[in-house]
Write a protein that binds this ligand. Structure first.
Ligand SMILES: NC(=O)C1=CN([C@@H]2O[C@H](COP(=O)(O)OP(=O)(O)OC[C@H]3O[C@@H](n4cnc5c(N)ncnc54)[C@H](OP(=O)(O)O)[C@@H]3O)[C@@H](O)[C@H]2O)C=CC1
Ligand SMILES: O=C(O)CCC(=O)C(=O)O
Length: 439
């Protein structure tokens, strides 16, 4: 049955405030969490609020089918995404995740958080993110390479050094970036190092990129601790996720004297009141793939992780880990979000009420993309910096950005998350306004 025509004076389109149908689902998922975060910021945006709808609508969503030959001769199809949330301030920028639970809602949220993060540290990028719904641990190296290359070819129509620049995220690394760079370069006919960041150093990668996110978590965490009179050198720290972000952050905190007393990953949860031997634990994870089975530590039931008596909690795994169910049990004085989206808005409210300081993802884990920016600049100029310079520039950017956010939080009496969103959304919407909407 055809729809009745709109009555005279009625808008032929859905009201401006209603979201496109494909964005309405999953109100409780990561995208729904992001929308709630945006809604909390809109009242603080003044005249720019009239552009805020743009924050609720990803610019471009690409869903791709990735067929590959498996080692056993069969053909398997994987589901892949690349979402460019906002490109007002520059090319899209954000990582690629390989995980069995990847969904469109998740990638949309991750791309939106990239827009906010990139604006928060004022690097000249929009926000993007990609992912494949796959458990890469179940693929052989050959299958992983074929899947990565086919995915890169499929998203090749929207990525590029001036369009959208992928990087590592969960379960992706320098080797994956090397394959992506090579595939894109083969398809375009010339070597294009600037199409991805987080590459091996011998292939145009940057010194310090591998450690950059954890280093940023440590830098911002140290600044935040100073503001609340928390002594890092004697702090007890619990870390969820001991991969690139959690592993490096844990190492840097332990090097200052802090005790890493609990660590959880997918394989289990370990605890040691006197502090875990972090270098030995990192080696154990490299050798076995998990913290499980580490000698000289107690094993905790996974759910008990949230009850651990600690000063600092660093979620560095996946989204929606700190929820209304466990936020009331957390003992830490400060949470530094290494992961993207680990805390739901309902949990945020509980933590704020309990006076637990949450240093949000969109500033705390921005160190990775900051050094990705350095990598991209180095690739374009074919001039490579030493690690000391990279780390010094990283620390300067992170401290400056955090100081600005802290000041806004104090002035407006809002959480650090809302303050970061205020700073970032103002930057994004200001460029949106300057650029206008035509043609
Ligand atoms: N890499 C980067 O530069 C950046 C990453 N991030 C964010 O940081 C987070 C971690 O990323 P990254 O360190 O790169 O990823 P990695 O793949 O290196 O590590 C992920 C870690 O999380 C653990 N993990 C996965 N699922 C669970 C679970 N259900 N419970 C407990 N632990 C779990 C993994 O354990 P196991 O190996 O046992 O599965 C692993 O230790 C993500 O949210 C990512 O988006 C943010 C900014 C930049
Ligand atoms: O380095 C990058 O470009 C992005 C890293 C990332 O995906 C993130 O910050 O979540």
């Amino acid at each position: 049955m055809s729809q009745a025509p709109a009555a005279l004076g009625e808008s032929p389109i859905a009201p401006a405030s209603s979201l496109p149908s494909y964005l309405q689902a999953d109100k409780l998922g990561p995208w729904g969490n992001y929308l709630q975060q945006v809604d909390r910021v809109i009242p603080h945006l003044g005249n720019l609020a009239r552009w805020a709808e743009t924050l609720k609508r990803p610019k471009r969503i690409l869903i791709v089918d990735i067929p590959i030959h498996m080692d056993d001769g069969t053909v398997a199809h994987f589901e892949g995404y690349r979402v460019q949330h906002n490109v007002s301030r520059g090319p899209g920028k954000g990582g690629v995740r390989f995980h069995q639970d990847v969904t469109l809602s998740e990638v949309m949220a991750l791309s939106a958080w990239m827009s906010v993060k990139n604006a928060a540290v004022n690097v000249p990028y929009g926000g993007a993110k990609g992912g494949i719904r796959v458990d890469p641990k179940k693929l052989s190296r050959g299958e992983l390479e074929r899947m990565t290359r086919r995915y890169t070819s499929e998203i090749g129509i929207i990525i590029g050094p001036n369009k959208d620049i992928p990087a590592p995220d969960v379960n992706t690394n320098e080797q994956i970036m090397a394959w992506m760079m090579d595939t894109y370069s083969m398809n375009t006919g010339s070597t294009s190092t600037g199409v991805v960041t987080g590459k091996p150093v011998d292939l145009g990668g940057s010194l310090g990129r591998r450690e950059a996110t954890g280093r940023g978590v440590f830098t911002v965490g140290t600044e935040a601790a100073r503001h609340i009179g928390l002594d890092i050198a004697t702090a007890r720290v619990a870390v969820q996720g001991f991969g690139n972000v959690g592993g490096v952050a844990g190492k840097l905190f332990s090097e200052t004297g802090a005790r890493i007393i609990a660590v959880q990953d997918h394989g289990g949860t370990i605890f040691r009141e006197a502090g875990l031997d972090v270098p030995a634990l990192l080696q154990h994870v490299t050798d076995t793939g998990s913290v499980a089975g580490f000698a000289d530590a107690e094993v905790l039931a996974d759910e008990k992780f949230w009850d651990v008596d600690c000063d600092i909690l660093i979620p560095a795994a996946l989204e929606q880990q700190i929820t209304a169910e466990n936020a009331g049990r957390i003992k830490a004085r400060m949470i530094i979000e290494g992961a993207n989206g680990p805390t739901t808005p309902a949990a945020d409210d509980i933590l704020q009420e309990r006076n637990v300081l949450v240093v949000p993802d969109v500033i705390a884990n921005a160190g990775g993309v900051t050094v990705s920016y350095f990598e991209w600049v180095q690739d374009f100029s074919s001039f490579f910096w030493d690690e000391e310079e990279i780390n010094a520039r990283l620390v300067k950017i992170m401290k400056t950005a955090f100081a600005g956010v802290w000041q806004v939080a104090q002035e407006k009496k809002v959480s650090l998350r809302t303050a970061t969103f205020i700073v970032a959304c103002q930057r994004i919407l200001h460029t949106r306004e300057l650029r206008g909407l035509y043609p």
